[in-house]
Design a protein around this ligand. Structure first.
Ligand code: NDP
Length: 274
């Protein structure tokens, strides 16, 4: 019988995950289906329960449910526990196991696909939601010089600094706290681009040679990347590579096989450009 998987989110119609997993399944000769499911903002747990009751084997979780999904798990991987957010669920009998592949996906995209070494870099992470939580520990494991978390709601940034500071240099606050600092890598992990909104990023945030990375992806330049270009960022990247790499890692979690991400990323780029 074909194994069922899905991505749950709100909004979710823009998601390329069904196309990615269909390509991985064909490449690795795995018999599975993968669909996008819109969960009501107050109905994530119910939507998930229905999917599991219908024989679902696993699910990806996207905006804004990653932290809620974490709280519903009966067990989690170490990297999900560190993040306090999950993007990959596996259902076995009554067990709901949570994992987080976002950080591995981001770091692989930046270091391998974009050839941008993270060691010694000054990193600015915008946002303190589920996606930001998932990438902090993997970014810190790549030994940057420091990491600053800026978020619209300063208290959420402060909470991440409390959780992830310690041995690493992690600082944070609201967007005003960025003024006067510059960074080699600026990662947008807010959902502002999803709503077509720009961020109040002060001038001077991008150091010489800096990479601007928007986790959001789509046809054309996102508002964040347009802003980064106008503020002098040397390199721009959207989150399509991260999406493919986190999906490859989730596919491995579910199926025990590593798909080749390169051809899938190239196919998606071509689709977006068409
Ligand atoms: P959450 O809903 O958990 O968090 C949203 C974050 O965005 C919060 O920090 C929130 O700030 C901030 N935010 C929302 N609107 C604005 C705004 N207008 N101005 C400033 N800040 C804003 O979402 P996720 O963390 O799950 O996802 C964030 C983004 O990352 C989404 O666009 C998602 O699609 C993308 N993503 C991409 C991935 C990829 O593979 N490419 C993987 C994971 C995520 P506040 O705390 O103040 O509300």
């Amino acid at each position: 019988m074909t194994d069922r998987y899905c991505v749950l989110g709100n909004p979710v119609a823009h998601s390329r995950s069904p196309a990615i997993h269909a390509m991985f399944a064909a490449q690795c000769r795995q018999d599975l289906s993968y669909e996008a499911l819109l969960a009501p903002l107050d109905g994530f747990a119910d939507t998930l329960r229905c999917f599991v009751a219908g024989g679902g084997k696993g699910a990806n979780v996207t905006v804004p449910f990653k932290e809620e999904a974490f709280r519903l798990c009966s067990s989690v991987s170490d990297r999900a526990a560190q993040a306090g957010a999950v993007n990959t669920l596996t259902f076995t009998g009554a067990e709901v196991r949570g994992d987080n592949t976002d950080g591995a996906g981001l770091v692989r995209d930046i270091e391998s696909n974009l050839s941008f070494a993270l060691a010694g870099r000054r990193i600015l992470l915008l946002g303190a939601g589920g996606a930001a939580r998932g990438v902090i520990a993997p970014l810190l494991a790549a030994h940057p010089a420091d990491l600053f978390v800026a978020n619209r709601t300063a208290a959420r940034a402060a909470e991440l600094v409390r959780l992830f500071g310690g041995t690493a240099v992690v600082d944070g606050g609201d967007f005003a706290k960025i003024a006067g600092r510059s960074f080699d890598l600026v990662v947008n992990a807010t959902s502002a681009s999803l709503a077509g909104q720009a961020l109040p990023l002060p001038d001077g945030a991008f150091a010489e040679g800096a990479l601007a990375y928007d986790m959001m992806y789509g046809k054309g330049e996102t508002p964040f990347l347009a802003l980064a270009r106008s503020q002098g960022a040397a390199r721009l990247a959207d989150g399509l590579g991260m999406l493919v790499e986190q999906a490859a890692e989730a596919f491995f979690v579910w199926r025990g096989v590593h798909p080749a991400s390169g051809p899938v990323l190239a196919a998606l780029r071509a689709q977006l450009a068409a």
